[in-house]
Ligand binder design. Structure first.
Ligand SMILES: [Zn+2]
Length: 130
């Protein structure tokens, strides 16, 4: 159940980053160039995608406990990210040292003791395929 929460948080953050990309002027230019749409048509198309993404984000947030959503929103506002990987025992948000023992409480949602970000251990490349 809790590891499911982490998966949802990661997915949520992905969607949030997609939303940022959609709103960037670069994306509008790329879309216009690749599709041959007019400025207005391209903007309209992006607007539709933005709306559907926002719906997805809202739907995902509704599946999470309110206090977690609150923390998540605060982290996104402050750092632009809420769920960060731990690499070489280091939180990739604030770069403080995270002992491995801190993370091996299997299934528990773990927060960085320094910055409060939700932490996860990235799956090593070789294990991804199976
Ligand atoms: Zn941290």
């Amino acid at each position: 159940m809790i590891s499911g929460t982490l998966e949802i948080l990661i997915k949520l953050q992905d969607l949030e980053h997609m939303l940022e990309e959609l709103n960037s002027p670069e994306y509008l230019n790329i879309l216009k160039e690749s599709s041959g749409l007019s400025d207005e048509e391209a903007r309209e198309k992006i607007q539709k995608s933005v709306e559907s993404l926002k719906e997805d984000i809202k739907g995902l947030k509704e599946t999470l406990p309110k206090d977690i959503v609150k923390k998540y929103d605060r982290l996104i506002k402050r750092y632009g990210r809420a769920v960060v990987p731990v690499v070489n025992e280091t939180c990739l948000n604030c770069f403080s040292h995270i002992p491995t023992s801190f993370l091996t409480k299997s299934g528990e949602l773990v927060e960085c003791p320094n910055c409060g970000a939700f932490l996860y251990l990235p799956i090593p490349e070789k294990e991804k395929k199976s």
